[in-house]
Design a protein around this ligand. Structure first.
Ligand code: UN1
Length: 537
């Protein structure tokens, strides 16, 4: 059943991978001249050279996916699961190599890149066996000799668009369950990280995944391939669309999906709160706040935005926090795996980060530290490696932040955190729920009442008690509410709802036409007055 794919060996020029689109199991050039995928850590380093796709290329990929769907949907789910098992095995075997590409391409430190590959492996492990559990239900009928059952059916071709900050893990959350459920995929990888995407599909080819089940189209974002990719929703190419990225673009995706009556999965921005109460283990909270705010240079949708401190510990906590922030090492992770964080992944993120400095000043917030780039001319011993060819930011901490301020409300997506001081738990909860977002959240306390109230009242898709806002496990439902998404979820059982449709089947064995509601023999209909209710007076 497994046919060795006819895929040539990988090509390189120097250290750059010559990349292609994957269409119908073949590596194809695009219609337009290629682009260089440069390392965020060092712009001189070309990690991959990739084709820029036209509308025609996207149509070709969608056609290949539609063609593959005809047979893939009928491959038994446990067998589809077995393909996924092998994809997981290839990823496991190449874990370090893949992580090194992530380090080079998007500039996250090796330990985080290894974690990211592991997240994709975990996703494969989970969905491998889910192929044996793609359960429907049997349901009692209101009629005799009639059997009712439900089946999960695949939707068709799934369009996948995800951001550059988790270029392997987040697409795996979408692609792996999508194909497990019998769908086929067209994926437009981020132009900042096409190489890891290309290698992910290579891993699928190594695992023997049939041609056309997963296709990719590469290219630049908004004004180019990305725009055509979204326009493909209106062309009816997709029966499902899954998006991770900004709230603004999420609205555009949702509008297009709405017009076409397909339901999108949307994982959007966050302005995630963390509350620290006076009875909290402050060492623990300190570690949690530091990691939540600054890991991945704050470029996670789950990064900490507003750090809400109870007034009784605010001053002590702030002092200790600033002391820890002052020790944060920043730098080029390709030669220095020990850096706490690396560069801004995308020039767009860097620009927004710079703009937020001005925003905070206009708001009247107090900048306690940060507010500048690290550069070759402005560096000290906390900066490691060559940083002259990337955007490296100092960690930023704002104080005196309140809900009316723009920096309280808007997602920044960079290494910055707002400190807000509150009088009591009521005010802390009001602050935590005081933004239109609702992705992740955290509370540090030992008080059971506060924990209960937090769990009940927080407007968020995900909450941590005495842990950070980041680091969701791959088999829990991941997603948000409000501006953070449309309450779709990725991961675990819950994602299956988004890549299948329910099919209700009734099978009548009675040999006569039995109409529900009309022919139903409701014996309970009979009503007697054996009790003689009137005798009670
Ligand atoms: C994202 O930033 O888009 O929970 C995903 C976390 C990671 C995933 C973040 N496991 O921080």
């Amino acid at each position: 059943m497994y046919v060795k794919p006819n895929v040539p060996k990988m090509a390189h020029v120097g250290k750059s991978v010559i990349g292609f689109n994957w269409i119908a199991g073949r590596e194809l050039e695009g219609d337009l001249p290629s682009f260089d995928a440069r390392s965020s850590a060092d712009r001189r380093d070309i990690v991959g050279i990739f084709p820029e796709c036209s509308e025609r290329d996207i149509a070709k990929a969608a056609k290949a996916a539609a063609e593959a769907f005809k047979t893939w949907k009928d491959v038994p789910a446990p067998v589809r699961g077995a393909y996924i098992q092998r994809i997981g095995e290839v990823l496991s075997a190449q874990k370090e190599k893949l992580a090194r590409v992530i380090v080079r391409e998007v500039g996250k430190p090796m330990r985080e890149a290894l974690g990211e590959v592991q997240e994709a492996i975990d996703t494969c492990h989970y969905f491998h066996s889910e192929g044996r559990r793609l359960h429907g239900q049997t349901i009692p009928s209101e009629m005799p000799d009639k059997s009712l059952s439900t089946y999960r059916r695949p939707l068709g071709v799934v369009g996948v668009l995800a951001s550059s900050n988790f270029p392997l893990a987040v697409p795996s959350w979408k692609i792996i369950p999508a194909i497990l459920c019998g769908n086929t995929v067209v994926w437009k990888p981020s132009e900042k990280a096409p190489t890891i995407a290309y290698l992910f599909v290579r891993a699928m080819m190594d695992a023997g995944l049939p041609p056309g089940v997963v296709n990719t189209v590469n290219g630049k974002g908004h004004a180019a391939c990305g725009k055509h990719f979204l326009a493909a929703i209106d062309k009816g190419f997709f029966q499902k669309f899954s998006f991770t990225g900004s709230t603004a673009l999420g609205r555009t995706v949702a509008e297009a999906c709405g017009r076409n009556l397909i339901s999108p999965s949307l994982e959007l921005g966050g302005k995630n709160p963390m509350i620290v109460m006076p009875d909290a283990d402050l060492d623990l909270a300190l570690d949690g706040a530091l990691t939540s705010a600054f890991a991945t240079a704050g470029q996670r949708c789950t990064s900490l935005g507003n750090l809400i401190l109870h007034k009784d510990i605010a001053e002590t906590f702030k002092a200790r926090f600033l002391e820890a922030v002052a020790k944060i090492t920043v730098g080029n992770p390709t030669g220095h795996p020990e850096v706490f964080y690396g560069p801004m992944i995308n020039p767009r993120f860097a620009k927004r980060f710079e703009e937020h400095w001005e925003l905070g000043r206009q708001d009247g917030a107090t900048l306690l530290t940060g507010g500048a780039h690290w550069t070759e001319d402005n560096r000290d011993d906390r900066v490691l490696g060559e940083i002259g060819h990337g955007a490296y930011m100092q960690p930023c901490v704002w104080d005196g932040v309140t809900p009316e301020m723009a920096i309280f409300q808007q997602e920044t997506f960079g290494p910055t955190v707002n400190i807000c001081t509150v009088d009591d738990f009521d005010q802390a909860m009001a602050y935590a729920n005081g933004t239109p977002y609702g992705l992740s959240s955290a509370l540090y306390t030992e008080n059971r009442q506060c924990i209960e109230r937090f769990k009940r009242e927080i407007q968020a898709g995900m909450s941590s008690i005495n842990n950070s806002t980041i680091g969701a496990e791959a088999h829990m439902p991941f997603g948000g509410t409000g501006w953070s998404g449309n309450n779709s979820r990725e991961g675990g059982l819950w994602v299956l709802e988004h890549y299948t449709r329910w099919h209700a089947v009734n099978e009548d064995l009675s040999g006569k036409l039995q109409l529900a509601q009309i022919d139903t023999d409701y014996r309970g209909k009979a009503k007697y007055d054996v009790t003689d209710w009137a005798s009670l007076g």
